[in-house]
Design a protein around this ligand. Structure first.
Ligand SMILES: Cc1ncc(COP(=O)(O)O)c(C=O)c1O
Length: 407
């Protein structure tokens, strides 16, 4: 029977990652996936996470099933972290999910169960998995532009296009550190989006994957809270992969804000039913770690301090790359880069130039031009800037390196 299977499409990001793994050039640099690396090029377990794991190991008594919504305490503390004190707890229900991707999928299922074929608007460009997840759940996808000609957020264009969203549509918005562009709305633009949602009657669906890595935890959560305070109904997919460094523990949360207790109860059951048919229930470990951190004031402060260090490193990387590009005569490109936020930036390169960057300089980013700013070891920035400038037609190519770089 399997002989009948036509060749399926492969995931472009993981394909590039495999290509990188097979590349033997010592100067190779992997900037494809959104993973934080420290100055030694490692993705460390955060110290607060390590401490929470030790405490959990000491008191762990049972690995009994937790139920379809996962860890109940996690489902209280995570929405409180995201929504702050302005949103009353009885306006929201939450279900622990298999990371941010699982939250996106469960919420997409919820939309489909509520109204099959609903149109969900996503940005263009969008996170590479938004369209596949929404379409796999049976939803119709439409796009709205995101960037202006200078690579910044196009407030006027986005508001104009979203005036075309209908009352029953859903609009997916990344709450901060837009992937892949790094271009975020100002707070005024968020207010205008909230106003448009109220007037247009469409429901915001916020994807939060990078809070804490843009302007700081509270500042990054503000847009979500602005929306939550204004609209009657809203969906939020939260990932703990990046800001807790729990990538492989697959930890996340689907939050639903509703106008009535009855609607919220139904939404929670629908999310549980969706989970039941997909994977029954989420893994416990990461949720227990996050709960242990958020429930202990000292550990929580330690985690936030570590998150700030990560954020600072990303900012320093972006600023260094900008300085080096400017010095190599790429001022306009550098200025666009400097305004972006979070783990990613878009290099102003075409697909062909990104291919050259990979072939000639062993620098791996996506064909759309996206690079993971958080993944550049500091000492590699001058060479990266030289490679980009060379592809842009400015600086001479960097010398090929002999021997290992220690990555
Ligand atoms: C915008 C966005 N949303 C969601 C996710 C999903 O993250 P995860 O499933 O690893 O938590 C990602 C991952 O890169 C992302 O960039």
């Amino acid at each position: 029977m399997l002989e009948l299977l036509p060749p399926p499409p492969t995931d472009p990001l993981w394909e590039l990652t495999a290509e990188f793994a097979a590349d033997e050039r010592p100067e190779r640099l992997n900037l494809v996936l959104g993973v934080y690396r420290d100055h030694t090029d490692r993705t460390p377990v955060m110290a607060a996470v390590r401490e929470a794991e030790i405490r959990l190991a000491e008191r762990s008594e049972s690995k009994e099933y937790r139920g379809l919504s996962g860890n109940a305490a996690f489902n209280r503390v995570l929405p409180a972290l995201v929504l702050g004190s302005q949103v009353p707890a009885d306006r929201a229900v939450a279900v622990q999910t298999v990371a941010g991707s699982g939250a996106l999928r469960l919420l997409a299922d919820l939309i489909c169960r509520t109204r099959p074929g609903t149109t969900v608007w996503i940005s263009d460009p969008a996170y590479v998995n938004h369209r596949p997840i929404l379409e796999a759940a049976g939803l119709t996808v439409r796009t709205y532009g995101w960037r202006d000609a200078q690579g910044g957020f196009d407030a006027e264009g986005v508001l104009r296009e979203l005036r075309g969203a209908r009352r029953d549509d859903v609009v997916l918005l990344q709450g901060c550190c837009h992937n892949p562009t790094g271009a975020d709305p100002t707070l005024d633009a968020w207010e205008a989006l909230a106003e448009l949602a109220v007037r247009g009657g469409w429901m915001p669906f916020v994807d939060l994957a990078y809070h804490g890595l843009g302007d700081g935890l509270e500042a990054d959560l503000l847009p979500t809270r602005i929306l939550a305070a204004r609209v009657p109904e809203m969906l939020i997919a939260v990932s703990c992969s990046k800001n807790f460094g729990l990538y492989s523990d697959r930890t996340g949360c689907a939050i639903v804000l509703g106008a009535s207790g009855r609607a919220l109860r139904h939404a929670e059951t629908a999310l549980q039913n969706a989970a039941r048919t997909l994977y029954s229930m989420p893994p416990e470990h990461g949720a227990a770690v996050v709960t242990t951190i958020l429930e202990d004031a000292g550990l929580r402060a330690d985690w936030q301090a570590e998150l700030e260090v990560m954020r600072g490193r990303i900012e320093a990387n972006r600023s260094d790359l900008t300085t080096h590009l400017s010095a190599l005569g790429c001022g306009p490109q550098a200025r666009a880069l400097a305004r972006q936020k979070g783990m990613f930036s878009m290099l102003p390169l075409t697909a062909a130039q990104m291919l050259r960057l990979r072939r000639e300089f062993a620098v791996y980013g996506t064909t759309s031009g996206r690079i993971n700013i958080a993944g550049i070891p500091g000492h590699r920035i001058p060479r990266l800037a030289q490679s980009v400038a060379s592809v842009l037609g400015g600086a001479p190519a960097p010398r090929l390196l002999e021997g290992a770089l220690g990555n």
